[in-house]
Design a protein around this ligand. Structure first.
Ligand SMILES: [Zn+2]
Length: 68
């Protein structure tokens, strides 16, 4: 695993379209929101770094669990 700029293709949890996200893992774990380029809904992304196994895990959620 190399840390730094990452580009991943993910499936939008709202419409299922493939969308590309770019982020930087050099600062460790992160959480951010990106907008689907097709349906424009917010996609919740969470990146976990597993130092022990040298793995990066990318979690994709629909951004519908927020409390207002
Ligand atoms: Zn979408």
């Amino acid at each position: 695993m190399k840390l730094g700029s990452q580009v991943h293709d993910i499936s939008c949890p709202h419409c299922g379209a493939q969308t590309r996200v770019a982020f930087d893992t050099s600062g460790g774990e992160l959480q951010f929101i990106d907008d689907c380029t097709v349906c424009c809904n917010a996609i919740n992304l969470r990146v976990q770094i597993d130092d022990q196994h040298q793995l990066m895990r990318l979690f994709v959620d629909a951004d519908d669990e927020q409390y207002y």
